[in-house]
Write a protein that binds this ligand. Structure first.
Ligand SMILES: Cc1cc2nc3c(=O)[nH]c(=O)nc-3n(C[C@H](O)[C@H](O)[C@H](O)COP(=O)(O)OP(=O)(O)OC[C@H]3O[C@@H](n4cnc5c(N)ncnc54)[C@H](O)[C@@H]3O)c2cc1C
Length: 382
């Protein structure tokens, strides 16, 4: 039997796990090809630490080309288009044919929907996190607004994590009394996808830290000269520093594939991650998985990881002639730093109705568990 080519688009969380798992499981006659526009991988859950200067970008960045040592073919190139009917992907200067395709291109950020948002601070991008780190020492009084511009966005707890960490940062500098920290988000209550228990606990934690919360607000525009955010219902909110989560959209190269569902993200079978196209899987932030209450599975690394494991196992089975039997079951967990060397841990099953998610902590153990998982992650996949 001739070897197969598994082409993986995207060298982020999902692509990395899929490439490693497939490489370990399959003979070398099968090619594992990974394409990303960037030669570098940056661990996004550590960006909030970069914002505070507790991590440098080099410390949480790895070179994807190191995967070549493991016989994973890494190509650094922009993906220009997908020809699913003929099983081909066009890169800037090269065309790649595949037997199986795993799309793991994540979510892209868009400036078009909210005028002025592109000038806000953000730790959702490595350079943005570094920029906030340089700016924070200059800030000694006024209002910091942390705002999610639109839903869905990656790792919903990280907006709250940002607020808790900033609260602690200014308490340590003995400036907290001069600084008003507020969260604005389209979510009606914190972490709506995580079920009532986790949301209520986060709401109480915000209250105990004197962090304001205003939900149900969709951002319309930002006026930096007047330092005003306008929301779609007409409410205007002043700020001295705006830290925003950008609008997340399907990567433009995927919009013409015909695989997107009504909500604009790639539609998949929630157990196998198979799309409507033959032998094409979509994992991680670029897909949309319906869960209870009209919600979708949060866009989180833990799900990109879990989905990659399932797709890699099933593809391995298919290639070696066994039945693909694995199903993704909606299990997920993530850390949320709460400041002062403490963290919380949100874990549970998101496929149940309602999602059964519990929150452990905040305590020191969960903070150190996040530190440990950062180290293990960067060591395990490179
Ligand atoms: C501040 C922050 C904190 C977070 N904290 C957590 C956390 O605590 N726990 C958790 O589980 N998740 C967390 N996340 C979310 C997590 O990082 C993402 O959900 C996860 O990385 C998604 O994996 P992915 O493979 O789908 O996409 P990504 O990891 O984003 O990878 C997509 C890749 O595709 C590449 N790409 C896109 N388009 C093209 C193109 N046209 N050509 C070539 N390459 C392309 C990109 O360069 C990128 O490398 C956090 C995210 C942020 C921003």
């Amino acid at each position: 039997m001739a070897g197969k080519t598994v082409l993986i688009l995207g060298g982020g969380t999902g692509g990395l796990v899929a490439a490693n798992r497939l490489r370990r499981a399959l003979d070398k006659e099968n090619r594992i090809v990974l394409v990303d526009r960037s030669p570098y991988y940056t661990l996004q859950p550590s960006l909030s630490w970069v914002m505070l200067g507790q991590r440098s970008l080099p410390r949480i960045t790895r070179d994807l080309r190191d995967l070549r040592k493991k016989a994973i073919e890494v190509k650094t190139a922009e993906i220009a288009s997908l020809d699913l009917a003929n099983k081909k992907v066009q890169l800037a200067k090269e065309e790649l044919a595949y037997d199986y395709l795993i799309i793991a291109l994540g979510a892209a950020y868009s400036d078009a929907e909210v005028p002025g948002l592109n000038r806000a601070w953000t730790y959702y991008h490595p350079d943005g996190a570094d920029g906030i780190h340089e700016e924070l020492p200059l800030f000694s009084s006024g209002r910091i607004v942390l705002a999610a511009a639109a839903l869905p966005y990656k790792c919903p707890p990280s907006l709250y994590e940002g607020a808790f960490l900033l609260d602690n940062y200014f308490r340590k500098r003995r400036l907290r009394a001069n600084i008003d920290i507020r969260i604005y988000t389209p979510e009606a209550t914190p972490l709506t996808q995580y079920g009532a228990e986790a949301g209520e606990r986060v709401a109480r934690l915000l209250q105990s830290r004197d962090i304001g919360f205003s939900g149900g607000l969709q951002m319309k525009s930002v006026d930096h000269d007047k330092r005003l955010i306008e929301f779609q219902i007409g409410e205007q909110v002043p700020f001295d520093m705006l830290i925003a989560v950008p609008v997340h959209v399907l990567p433009p190269v995927l919009t013409t594939t015909g695989l997107a569902g009504a909500d604009g993200w790639l539609a998949v079978d929630r157990e196998t991650l198979l799309t409507a196209a033959a032998d094409v899987y979509a994992i991680g932030d670029c897909n949309s998985v319906p869960i209870a209450d009209g919600q979708t599975l949060p866009k989180s690394g833990v799900f990109a990881h879990g989905e990659a494991e399932v797709v890699a196992r099933n593809l391995t089975s298919e290639i070696v002639g066994r039945d693909p039997i694995w199903a993704f079951g909606g299990q997920g967990a993530c850390f949320m730093e709460t400041g002062g060397g403490r963290g919380a841990y949100l874990s549970g099953n998101f496929y149940t109705d309602p999602p059964q998610v519990t929150m452990g902590g905040p305590n020191r153990l969960m903070h150190w568990a996040k530190v440990g998982s950062e180290r293990v992650w960067l060591w395990r996949w490179f």
